[in-house]
Design a protein around this ligand. Sequence first.
Ligand SMILES: C[S@@+](CC[C@H](N)C(=O)[O-])C[C@H]1O[C@@H](n2cnc3c(N)ncnc32)[C@H](O)[C@@H]1O
Length: 295
Amino acid sequence: MSTRLTIKEILAKTTAHFKKYELQTPRLDAEVLLADLLGMERIELYVNFDRPLETEEVDQYRKRVIQRSKRIPVAYIIGYQEFMSLEFKVNDQVLIPRPETEHLVETALEKIESLTKESLQVVELCTGSGAVVISLAKQLGELAVTKEIDYVATDISKSALEIAQENASKHGVLEWIEFLSGDLLVPLEDLANKADLLLANPPYIATEEWEQLQPEVKREPELALKAGEDGLEFYRRIISGAESVIAEQGLLGLEIGLGQAEAVQKLLLDKGFIEVEVIDDYAEIPRVIFAKKSS
Ligand SMILES: C[S@@+](CC[C@H](N)C(=O)[O-])C[C@H]1O[C@@H](n2cnc3c(N)ncnc32)[C@H](O)[C@@H]1O
């Protein structure tokens, strides 16, 4: 009689194990790790509940379970994260793109469609895995938007830019996007007053907040998260320099952290930006701010 574990059994065991380690989504994590290993969709695990696993599969799965128990994020273990229905390669050199950042992309898409200029310059600062700029380029490409759009994306991390370029290539938009390395607006010298849309999801975690983060989040690059004592360091720097890069009537779009809307709005108004608009996410949390450069 076979004593090999079935899919159903190994999922039950792993879920119980992850619960002991106080993971927030034990069953989901167990399923995602197994489905990826077996090259299946999660739903297929259920259809194949009674399938016995090969010894080799169990060994490989066990390695993944050990990694997850050490609080390595699922996305780093399987090597990718879905964002805007696209798969992005990730490793521990880049932030794992978050679902809430889709609001930045969706709002940017609406704004781009409403801009009347025929040719546009879109710039993303702090691109990380490239999820934002690549999703934008891909979606606008598919919508066959009649505008001519140039994209520039920057990051201070060269290893992040390598991943972003790989992702751009994977999604067929590498030749549309210029990737530049450097500190915030510094690589954009040639773009003075040219950006019609300047986007960023910068680091925004305050020093005190850092201590309270889940262990998984602390596995992500500190460079992608930490933003000084009050978490506003990057907003201050971006907003004070953005004016020189943004074209007349151009827009600045920023993702913001919990409770930062008022402070960022004030920074924008103090710098003379107009039409400051705060956009909530589905949980009605202010998540994105757009503002126009005054002419
Ligand atoms: C919150 S992550 C955003 C990544 C990606 N855009 C996303 O939304 O998933 C912030 C990014 O800012 C980059 N970064 C940190 N300091 C920077 C700086 N001074 N200049 C440019 N990029 C910086 C980090 O390397 C990281 O990739």
